[in-house]
Design a protein around this ligand. Sequence first.
Ligand SMILES: Nc1ncnc2c1ncn2[C@@H]1O[C@H](COP(=O)(O)OP(=O)(O)OP(=O)(O)O)[C@@H](O)[C@H]1O
Ligand SMILES: [Mg+2]
Length: 523
Amino acid sequence: MGINSRQEVDDLIKARYTLLYVVSSEERRVEDSLKSLAIEREFRLEAWCITQGFSGLANAPSPRDVRDPLKALEHIVGAEGKAVYILRDFHPFFQEPAIVRKLRDIASAFKRTKKTVIILSPVQKVPAELEKELSILDWDLPNRRDLEGLMKEMMPNVPEANRAAIQDDRAVQDKIIEAALGLTAVEAENVFAKSVVRTKTFDIPTILDEKKHIIRKSGILEYQEAAEKLGDVGGLEILKDWLQKRKHAFTSRARDFGLPLPKGILLIGVPGCGKSLTAKTIGALWQMPLLRLDVGKIFGGLVGSSEENIRKVLKTSEAIAPAVLWLDELEKGFSGTGSSNMSDGGTTSRVFGSFVTWLQEKTTPVFVIATANNVHQLPPELLRKGRFDEIFFVDLPARDERRSIFEIHIKKKGRDPAQFDLDKLTDASIEFSGAEIEQAVVAALYEAFDAGIELNTEGLLASIREIVPLAVTMKENIDNMREWAKTRARVASLSGPVARAKAAAAAAQHGGGGQSAFRKLDV
Ligand SMILES: Nc1ncnc2c1ncn2[C@@H]1O[C@H](COP(=O)(O)OP(=O)(O)OP(=O)(O)O)[C@@H](O)[C@H]1O
Ligand SMILES: [Mg+2]
């Protein structure tokens, strides 16, 4: 991870940022960090809350019973010396104009003092008047070392008989710690406790399972099971090859070799052709957790909370890293950014902006895979160089690809593809997407079951005839997308019209010299 939160606060205080807003539900952990900073940098650290007034945390005088929030601010203004004041749960008082005004005064006046105010709250609620004055900062989730400490603290709860197996095995400890990454300290402690109660040890599946629940509860991220394998994807050889080659790209060996950290890819293309399917395989292929982000929901919340949400998502994925972050149906969230019909006061474009910045600058091993089927709804900034490693265009499957998709789905239904006339099926399903091929197989299976016969080629051909492929009704859209892809994306497979057009263009440019089509495509 880049710089941690403690370091960031240190820098901000030194740079005389006077009003900080720390978003974290872990008051204790944040305050402990600030306490150690106060001791190191020799400033006074006091915390205020509505029930107790001021209490000293480090280098501080005795407590002061000033509970009224406005009076508390006045007290801070009047105080001398080098000090940091933590205001716990101060956001409800932003309703009062006098408080907001006072904070604005503090923000500018304190630049000439050595005093800093830190608002610490589990939720982010910043009034518009203070947006410019406040620096918002999400506190890091516990890292490996923090979680190791927690695990060790809880070790005495594990029955002695099971303790040695953990204590003597570093690899097991690492796995336990890894399983808890992405949780807050309190959540991790609860999860560890639950595991000990249920299994009498730190049981990795139990911990992972609990983590999945907790992450899902947040409502925007989902921790996905590694259900699909790369072999379940038919065709798309170039894309699959690209992914295969990066199997070990997140290891330190790859760094030592001089390889850059892969950032991410964007898959754009025709609906039902395997974009989401491919995304689902990366977790298993690279042996990394796969986090699916509900793009629509990020923007579905209240205005303002979207920013908090996206930062939380990025924090969680960075804590779990190395991890794959999957943004499915990207256009649903990012459509309309920067357009004139914006109805949310610019939140969408701000959230989008912070995402793009993160994507470009991130140094943590979080690989982003974004999928979309409408290029024209995506903001052009996203497609610029430097954002994604590659933009792949996923077209309707070509002949040989349809053949392998039939094979995959026939096999999935427990039948032997060799028993079917795959050439006939392939010829009959021109312009079919992978999803439509799957649909044909399922429909034929129903028919066969109903008729009391075994699934056969005739049955499949009959159900193929019943389906009108989307490509027919969407012809214009698909043509537009292909036109776009010719110059702006890399093709995901060797066959198909865009690949052919690119090959022809390359051949023309090189005077049709003896290079193979493969070489020319691979640019
Ligand atoms: N290349 C393929 N190989 C095997 N199965 C496929 C392929 N493409 C699609 N399918 C089948 O169709 C289903 C739907 O495909 P998928 O969800 O990946 O489409 P998509 O490209 O993400 O479409 P959309 O743009 O509508 O989201 C898959 O779960 C799979 O069963
Ligand atoms: Mg999809």
